[in-house]
Design a protein around this ligand. Structure first.
Ligand SMILES: Nc1ncnc2c1ncn2[C@@H]1O[C@H](COP(=O)(O)OP(=O)(O)OP(=O)(O)O)[C@@H](O)[C@H]1O
Length: 250
């Protein structure tokens, strides 16, 4: 059996009278691709925020790679290997694609053991270029960020995130801001590259075609609870999910 890289046990979180997470229990095997679905306010972001250290659960335990990370801050959690990509790509507009990538590779390198710290700067550039090739955006390497399409920006953002030792990647609506005809090609590349790196993926998504095509498993959130946790076909044919999630989805 594949070991769980992320294990969330009995997690609860309230904001005043609002219960944003109730009895959350999730076990994500290493290398799996999970998607999180649910209408607005269902608790998806709260889950992502707790796993990435942006908010602290009121109770419960979050284990990552066998280590208790409950209550750790975002920086510490990122350093351990859980990375998060936001809806709006976090890129430096004044730099080229390649320069953005080199900066990311260098920052990650400085968090590594001394062997990496002593490595020459050329190595960061080499790694940067190899990653750009893997995401098939090397042809854009000399362009500035504002010149890029939404799809290329998204690919670069994710490529930069895995320049480090990322083990789990959380993506917030990876196809938002991407043109309709670019969605599948972009997701094909993202998922292929992350799977090739052995990165476990958890993505929030409202587009059920994307959910069905790319997830091994789906977690359906409703009112702070997980109401279904199964393969995409099972979850999307679940009457409660159809009633509370997909039927009422915006
Ligand atoms: N910092 C906060 N302070 C107060 N209430 C919050 C806070 N964060 C989330 N909530 C509430 O917790 C509930 C769950 O919100 P959450 O953002 O996790 O939902 P979501 O599924 O991510 O929705 P969306 O798809 O709109 O992002 C909502 O009722 C929300 O208003």
């Amino acid at each position: 059996m594949t070991q769980a890289v992320l294990d969330v046990r009995d997690v609860q979180k309230s904001f005043g009278a609002v219960t944003a997470a109730k009895d959350i229990n999730v076990s994500v095997p290493e290398g799996a691709v999970y998607s999180l679905i649910g209408t607005n306010g269902a608790g998806k972001t709260t889950f992502v925020n707790m796993v990435t250290g942006y908010i602290k659960p009121d109770s419960g335990v979050i284990n990552f790679a066998g280590r208790n990370i409950t209550g750790m801050g975002p920086r510490q959690i990122t350093r351990l290997g859980i990375h998060r990509s936001f809806q709006i790509a976090q890129l430096c507009n004044e730099l080229t694609v390649e320069e953005n990538m080199v900066v990311a590779a260098t920052i990650h390198k400085s968090a590594r053991p001394s062997f990496w710290r002593n490595a020459h700067g050329a190595e960061a550039r080499e790694r940067a270029l190899a990653t750009l090739e893997r995401f098939r955006i090397a042809e854009h390497r000399n362009r500035l960020i504002p010149e890029l399409s939404g799809g290329v920006k998204k690919l670069l953002d994710i490529a930069m995130a895995i320049a480090g030792q990322t083990k789990v990647m959380l993506l917030d609506e990876p196809t938002s801001g991407v043109a309709a005809d670019e969605k599948f090609p972009i997701m094909d590349l993202v998922i292929e590259a992350l799977r090739a790196e052995g990165v476990t993926v958890i993505f929030v998504e409202h587009d059920m075609d994307i959910v069905t095509r790319y997830s091994d498993r789906v977690l359906a959130f409703y009112d702070g609870r997980i109401i279904a946790d199964d393969a995409p076909e099972e979850v999307l044919s679940d009457p409660d999910v159809q009633r509370y999630v997909t039927g009422g989805a915006a």
